[in-house]
Design a binder for this molecule. Structure first.
Ligand code: NDP
Ligand code: 13P
Length: 332
């Protein structure tokens, strides 16, 4: 049974705000930390996150701060919802204020670009005193904030920690499953964003449902090849953080990665695309890490390689599709 918990949400983007809204509405005492005082004041005054989650009322009782210590003091569960590239520095900055009774739930989906580490590994390095969990699954902020039924999973190496978060966060509109396969969960979460870029590019080029089904099916095949090589379990890729998140991200117009892909497919440059989307497009960094990991682990990842070439080597997107289609024939 859920009890009232003090929850701190670090990062006031669309996902952190949506989770904060949901948890506050379901009886928890939630504070959002933003790195910008002006964002704190805007949300406090207008009870709306105009920049990242417009149209959603920020419920009474939800509070805001730009002070790190104030945000996490007394919090029992801390949600880390900053983009992957900010995870290490954010964990370092907060670490002096964190203690061993606190559970850190990472909700960012990506890999650290330089070290190629999973984000839970990065957080554990920077805040070793905390227990680290990962929340993942098919869950666009725009829907969770509006209480559209959603299922996710909460993963931790410690089954009891995952169970505790499951009990506290679950409600009739937000169902959580537990999982202990951190590698599978985090690799699925990160790599699906690369496939969503591919699905978007296909849409932007004017291709059809057949093409998208191909990207998703062959996409999960290469995602799981790498994930298993790194120690993840096949069944995790068949679950919410694998195929589940792949489906939602490749098909939804809420997806920042898919929308970025559509613009790229229509011929916009990467810089123009990122400027237009405004929010974080994790697949762009992840494809670089995945490209390197695939080489290191000697795993064949043709879609990932094609996206890397389109984004960073100036390859024409339509040519990339033709090249993928013209590879030598294989058995499924
Ligand atoms: N949006 C969604 O539906 C979902 C997102 N996710 C994942 O959650 C993570 C966050 O995404 P999302 O909320 O969409 O991102 P947004 O682009 O909506 O917001 C990013 C937030 O992070 C803040 N931020 C950026 N850089 C830093 C930094 N260096 N230090 C502190 N704060 C920083 C931004 O602050 P500022 O305004 O000051 O730049 C902003 O508040 C991503 O990894 C994403 O993949 C996962 C599931 C669903
Ligand atoms: O992870 C997500 C949904 O589960 C969010 O995906 P986008 O970042 O592509 O919007």
């Amino acid at each position: 049974m859920a009890t009232v918990k003090k929850v701190a949400v670090i990062g006031s983007g669309s996902w952190g705000t949506a989770l904060a809204v949901m948890l506050q509405k379901h009886g928890h005492d939630v504070v959002i930390w933003s790195r910008r005082q002006d964002a704190v004041e805007q949300m406090e005054k207008e009870r709306e996150n105009k920049e990242y989650l417009p149209g959603v009322l920020l419920p009474e009782g939800l509070s805001f701060t730009a002070e790190r210590e104030k945000a996490v003091k007394d919090a029992e569960i801390i949600i880390l919802s900053v983009p992957s590239k900010a995870v290490r520095q954010t964990a370092i900055d907060f670490s002096p204020y964190l203690n061993s009774n606190q559970v850190l739930v990472n909700v960012a989906k990506g890999l650290e670009e330089i070290s190629l580490k999973r984000l839970s590994q990065v957080i554990q390095e920077c805040a070793p005193q905390c227990q680290v969990c990962v929340l993942s699954g098919p869950s666009h902020a725009e829907e969770v904030a509006r209480e559209i039924p959603t299922t996710c999973l909460i993963a931790s190496e410690n089954a009891e920690t995952a169970k505790m978060v499951q009990e506290e966060f679950m409600n009739p509109r937000f169902r959580l499953y537990t999982n202990t396969d951190m590698v599978g969960v985090e690799m699925g979460a990160a790599l699906k964003n690369v496939m969503a870029l591919a699905a978007g590019i296909s849409d932007g080029l004017g291709f059809g449902d057949n093409t998208k089904a191909a990207i998703m099916t062959r996409g999960i095949a290469e995602m799981s090849r790498l994930g298993i090589e790194m120690g993840g379990k096949l069944e995790t890729f068949a679950g919410l953080s694998g195929i589940g998140d792949l489906i939602v991200t490749c098909t939804s117009m809420h997806s920042r990665n898919r929308r970025a892909g559509i613009l790229l497919g229509k011929g916009k440059s990467l810089a123009e695309t990122l400027a237009e989307i405004k929010m974080v497009v994790e697949g762009v960094n992840t494809v670089q890490a995945a490209y390197t990991l695939a080489k290191e682990h000697n795993v064949e990842m043709p879609i990932t390689n094609a996206i890397y070439e389109v984004l960073f080597q100036g390859k024409n997107a339509e040519q990339a599709v033709l090249d993928l289609m013209s590879r030598h024939g294989k058995a499924e």
